[in-house]
Design a protein. Structure first.
Length: 320
């Protein structure tokens, strides 16, 4: 009976009143749920019991081969430069090692590609490249990127308009591959934008350009100094805030995932922080039947974003 079904459906007001636990979990990446078991870190320990060791190392910093120099606008190494050209990353200038007696054909081809792309190329001694290199593996080429034009949070809110809208909020996701994949999903489902932290989080670099398939150029991405405050602003703009955590009592099929939704995804290792979790109106998890512990954050975001799109497109409601 319709009236009986209504008794089983929780309204968003129920969630706002505290029906869901706001304690942070690792993330929503699968899991059978643990009855909303609160997270209580031991003194002096992190979320998984590690001793605090200061800032977490930047993912990918120990990878072998050419890579993006972290926290700068420099890309070094032949493969990394070729990938930057392939994904359309805006480049400001390039430094290429001076020709030697035996010409390096591979290096010359890269220099020619840079020139064809309209990137100014300067020939410099190897010593200058060595001085700029973060790990000594520049392979004769270093390029400088143009700064990415981040949006303001107000731009994301303006893009959301007045009706149904999705904003994806990343609580210190650090891997550029995951970040780019999430931006790609958000753009595909029609999200109004993505919100990230300014510190200790992945920024828009060559890895994000590549995995987003260029979506970073078509979707507002706002960097904010304080995620908790940003959630307050989104609430003021009519958004309901959902924490994606495996410790939620409700799965995604029963949570109110439609309408104006700010979806909070936690970091790869630590999940959603306590201060951010306390700002969330409700939480949800992904149901799981298998034995693997969880999906990664990019995969989980895709599932949740498409559930929002299903509710909006089909007028679907939470399951009874």
């Amino acid at each position: 009976m319709p009236g009986e079904q209504a008794d089983y459906r929780k309204s968003r007001a129920d969630y706002r009143a505290g029906d869901q636990s706001r304690t942070p979990g690792r993330d929503v990446r699968g899991g059978k749920g643990k009855g909303g078991r609160p997270f209580r870190p031991a003194p002096g320990k992190g979320q998984h019991g590690e001793k605090n060791r200061g800032p977490r190392p930047v993912p990918g910093a120990a990878r072998r081969g050419p890579q993006l120099r972290e926290r700068t606008d420099l890309i070094e190494g032949r493969r990394a430069v070729e990938e930057a050209l392939a994904c359309g990353m805006p480049l400001r200038s390039a430094l290429v090692q001076e020709r030697s007696g035996e010409r390096d054909q591979a290096l010359e081809k890269i220099a020619a590609r840079l020139d064809e792309a309209g990137v100014p190329v300067e020939r410099v001694p190897r010593a200058r490249l060595d001085a700029l290199s973060s790990h000594g593996a520049h392979q004769g080429v270093v390029v400088r990127t143009r700064p990415f034009a981040y949006a303001e949070l107000s731009d994301v809110i303006a893009a959301a308009g007045e009706g149904d809208a999705l904003v994806v909020v990343l609580d210190h996701v650090t891997d550029q591959g995951n970040f780019g994949a999430i931006v790609r999903t958000a753009e595909v489902v029609g999200a109004a934008g993505v919100v990230v932290a300014k510190a200790r989080a992945a920024s828009v670099g060559v890895g994000a350009y590549k995995t987003s398939a260029g979506a970073v150029m078509h979707l507002p991405i706002a960097q904010v100094p304080n995620l908790a405050r940003a959630l307050d602003e989104l609430k003021a703009a009519g958004f309901w805030v959902c924490a994606a955590t495996e410790h939620a009592t409700e799965d995604v099929w029963h949570a109110p995932m439609g309408g104006r939704l700010a979806l909070v995804m936690g970091s790869e290792g630590e999940g959603i922080s306590r201060l951010v979790a306390e700002k969330c109106d409700f939480a949800c998890r992904l149901p799981q039947r298998g034995r693997v512990e969880s999906l990664n954050v990019a995969q989980a975001t895709t599932v949740l974003c498409y559930e929002w799109l299903r509710r909006v497109e089909c007028g679907g409601e939470a399951d009874a």
